[in-house]
Write a protein that binds this ligand. Structure first.
Ligand code: SF4
Length: 95
């Protein structure tokens, strides 16, 4: 049996979206002042963040893999992140 590629494994994930509450919030001022905005756009494997033409950082939290990489690169106060509420978030199907 041929092992699955990373994109094939990711495609098997299931997401239970919490439509009432985002588990990610960007402090735009701190993100801009510290360079955190560009760092989290660059590091996120799920492309949750995008830099808008006006320089703000938008968040599409539905695709978050809950890996924590953005927290590791963000300056203090630039990012509020917590795991989704119980029953919501990603379900890994292939490890
Ligand atoms: S936890 Fe991982 S997947 Fe989720 S937003 Fe941060 S870097 Fe992206």
């Amino acid at each position: 049996m041929k092992p699955l590629s990373v994109p094939e494994r990711l495609a098997k994930n299931r997401f239970n979206l919490d439509e009432e509450e985002s588990h990610i919030e960007v402090n735009q001022e701190i993100a801009r002042a510290t360079g955190t905005g560009r760092a989290i756009v660059a590091c996120c494997p799920a492309h949750v963040y995008a830099e808008e033409p006006d320089g703000t950082i938008s968040v599409e939290y539905a695709a978050c893999l809950e890996c924590g990489t953005c927290l590791a690169v963000a300056a203090p106060g630039a990012l509020k992140w917590h795991y989704p509420r119980g029953g919501f978030g990603v379900q890994f199907r292939e490890g």
